[in-house]
Design a protein around this ligand. Structure first.
Ligand code: FMN
Length: 162
């Protein structure tokens, strides 16, 4: 198996999409978690002093709890996250900075309250040496299925393909 679906999902929406996606393409999955989990209060963006707002300003160095041991085995890596402030959460930056992406095919997906993923894609393109080949906001099963069909034409998901 050479496909990995990684995701960050403090309130579970992106996780549901990620698991369904991983099932559909028979990929491994890995949850990106911060060393210190987010509480509901941490995510209350209406409070200017909430953790999410502090991290928005001081975006750097949000430690990840675990490292992927066999990262080099994967040829295709999906990265999923909620859109925060129109782009990727800071922990995604920490996550991507922790690995060598050279030669990887990278696919981004997100959930959001309506914002698209283009700003996150641009931001991550500056931080990842690998090639981001697709990026999409996903909201449900039918959409995942349709997207997987389209990706299948770009990538080889089947074992028979090298
Ligand atoms: C701190 C914070 C910032 C957010 N900023 C945006 C945003 O800019 N645009 C948007 O459409 N949704 C925004 N949202 C909503 C989330 O993207 C959306 O609820 C997402 O599906 C949550 O995914 P999760 O359950 O995997 O955490 C924000 C949520 C939080 C907690």
């Amino acid at each position: 198996m050479d496909i990995l679906v990684t995701y960050f999902s403090p309130t579970g929406t992106t996780k549901a999409i990620a698991r369904e996606l991983a099932d559909q393409i028979k990929a491994d999955y890995f949850e990106i978690q911060p060393e210190k989990p987010y509480t509901a209060a941490d995510l209350n963006w209406k409070n200017p002093l909430a953790r999410c707002n502090r991290e928005k300003v001081f975006n750097r160095g949000i430690a990840c709890r675990e490292k992927i041991g066999n990262f080099s085995d994967y040829e295709i890596v999906f990265i999923g996250f909620p859109i925060w402030y129109y782009q990727e959460p800071g922990i995604i930056d920490s996550f991507v900075e922790g690995y060598d992406w050279t030669g990887k095919k990278i696919i981004l997906f997100a959930t959001s309250g309506g914002s698209d993923i283009q700003r996150a894609r641009k931001s991550l393109e500056d931080k990842i040496q690998g090639k981001i080949i697709a990026a999409k906001v996903l909201s449900g099963s039918a959409e995942i299925e349709e997207w997987v069909d389209r990706l299948d034409r770009i990538l080889d998901f089947g074992e028979e393909n090298q």
